[in-house]
Design a protein around this ligand. Structure first.
Ligand code: FES
Ligand code: FES
Length: 157
């Protein structure tokens, strides 16, 4: 067993966990944050993406014991009374179909825009390249991310 102290979505948790527990299972089973989805379980699909100390990671590939002392954002950490601008833009652009990839996709988009609010379309495409979507063909997802960029510039579209 390992004891870890971790901040998730601005809240501090101290938990005793088995040393082989994956981060995705810690989030979903221990913290009941089921917005993080499991697809492949092998680091290929990005459905399990979370932000760890500012960087996107596949939570299926990381042991929970390795995040002791770290800071994590899951999809539940976005938005509050109102939706996060990315969540709203995904709805407005019709970028959500089955929705399974969307928590990971939105967190990857957040990491891209946090790093560079003016990321080019090429940089956006590259930034979400680890997130597979079987439904949308990606175009509406790109449109949604660019919509946030335009809204942040005050150019409502
Ligand atoms: S479930 Fe983690 S990358 Fe697919
Ligand atoms: S919306 Fe279904 S996998 Fe992306």
């Amino acid at each position: 067993m390992n004891k870890i102290k971790v901040r998730v979505n601005e809240k501090l948790y101290e938990k005793e966990i088995s040393s082989d527990m994956r981060l995705i299972d810690f989030l979903r089973e221990e913290l009941k944050l089921t917005g993080t989805k499991e697809g492949c379980g092998e680091g290929e699909c990005g459905a399990c993406t979370v932000i760890l100390d500012g960087v996107t990671v596949n939570s299926c590939l990381i042991l929970a014991a390795a995040v002791d002392g770290k800071d994590i954002t899951t999809i539940e950490g976005l938005g509050g009374k109102d939706l996060h601008p990315l969540q709203q833009a995904f709805i407005d652009a019709g970028a959500v179909q089955c929705g399974y990839c969307i928590p990971g996709m939105i967190l990857s988009a957040k990491a891209i825009l946090d790093k560079n609010p003016e990321a080019s379309e090429g940089e956006i495409r590259e930034g979400i390249s680890g997130n597979l979507c079987r439904c949308t063909g990606y175009e509406k997802i790109i449109t949604a991310i660019k919509l946030v960029q335009n809204r942040n510039k005050g150019n409502k579209c």
